[in-house]
Design a protein around this ligand. Structure first.
Ligand code: UFG
Length: 336
């Protein structure tokens, strides 16, 4: 299949491009490189032996996107990763987040409907569940009002896609609600590239282990969890990438119009302390850390019930937390 990947040079996007190529598909990347690097494309070629076609530009640029759809005939589907994604920044710059994330999605959707393509896969997030009443979280759990503009864009876009699927008989789509992607490609050639100080746990951890940061702060050890630290469903980015290929294969077979939502997680919760301990053990490296106050907006625990995608699509996460932390460390050492 010829698949358009917006944000294809990003963390999840680049791993998905690799998996698509390895599954025999033809990815076409659109990226404005605002939060990614051009050399990631060379790394994709190094891993797969194939250089994907890349269009550099912004998904919210109507003319640019129309040209790409015009030039690339016979697109079979679109995976839409391109978005601003920093929770804290979204609270400081809400308009920027709404403008970027909504405009880019609308522009892509307009072209998809114009060309009667369908087969749209959207990068949603477990953030739409808010602070869940219980874990693991099934897809039927209610969404809760987002606590930040970034999260709200995910919820709003899910609604736009649902509405389009009920209006346009040529449209089919899936929203994939990711839990916490971590790790890197096992080659150590591609991985996460946070700009500035990392917000997320694992990049902060690897940078601390590499000596780039003095120490890691655990944001609170007084949560109602077994060891008091936050619990999340950390999923290896390669497992997550593979979920997209399985999802597209499934979506292609569904009669149009079609829309559904799937959680992408392992089904297992792991605490912040367990992540640090596993990292230290698997990589034989010490990570200095201290306990600090809770981070505003954080929840105690959140992990997926992935049984829907396990049963219906037949995908399940295969890699362990130790695999992910080994690969993340290999990547960090390569870029340090
Ligand atoms: N944490 C620390 N120290 C750090 C960074 C994080 O203790 O330096 C803790 C957090 O408090 C939390 C856990 O590690 O308990 C995970 O935090 P992350 O920032 O890595 O991830 P979040 O669960 O906060 O957020 C992630 C994505 C969001 C997405 C959300 C949805 O970053 O984009 O999952 O579940 F919205």
């Amino acid at each position: 299949m010829k698949i358009l990947i917006t944000g294809g040079a990003g963390f999840i996007g680049s791993h998905t491009v690799v998996e698509l190529i390895e599954a025999g598909h033809t990815p076409i990347i659109i990226d404005n490189f605002s939060n990614s690097e051009k050399w990631i494309i060379d790394r994709i070629e190094k891993i797969t032996g194939q250089k994907p076609t890349v269009y550099e530009g912004d998904c919210a640029d109507k003319k640019f996107i129309a040209d790409v759809f015009q030039k690339e005939k016979n697109i079979d589907g679109v995976i839409h990763f391109a978005a601003l994604k920093a929770v804290g920044e979204s609270m400081e710059k809400p308009l920027e987040y709404y403008r970027n994330n909504l405009d880019s999605t609308m522009t892509i959707l307009e072209e998809i409907t114009r060309h009667k393509i369908g087969n749209f896969v959207f990068s949603s997030s477990a953030t739409v569940y808010g602070d869940p009443k219980e874990n693991p979280i099934p897809e039927i759990a209610p969404r809760q009002p987002a606590t930040n503009p970034y999260g709200n864009t995910k919820s709003i876009i899910e609604d736009i896609i649902r509405d389009l699927a009920s209006a346009d008989k040529n449209f089919s789509a899936l929203s994939l609600r990711y839990f916490n992607p971590i790790g890197a490609h096992s080659s150590g050639l591609i991985g996460e590239l946070p700009k500035g100080t990392p917000n997320n746990l694992v990049p902060y951890l690897t940078q601390t282990a590499a000596g780039k940061r003095k120490e890691l702060t655990i944001f609170g050890d007084d949560y109602p969890t077994p060891d008091g630290t936050g619990v999340r469903d950390f999923i290896h980015v390669v497992d997550l990438a593979r979920a997209h290929i399985a999802a597209l294969d499934y979506l292609k077979k569904q009669p149009k119009p079609f829309y559904d939502i799937f959680n992408i997680g392992t089904g297992k919760g792991t605490s912040v302390k367990e992540i640090i301990e596993t990292f230290e053990k698997i990589n034989r490296v010490k990570v200095p850390y201290k306990i600090g106050p809770r981070r505003p907006g954080d929840i105690a625990a959140c992990w997926a019930d992935p049984s829907k995608i396990n049963k219906i699509i037949g995908w399940r996460a295969e890699k362990t937390i130790a695999d992910a932390l080994k690969d993340a460390w290999k990547w960090e050492k390569n870029i340090s």
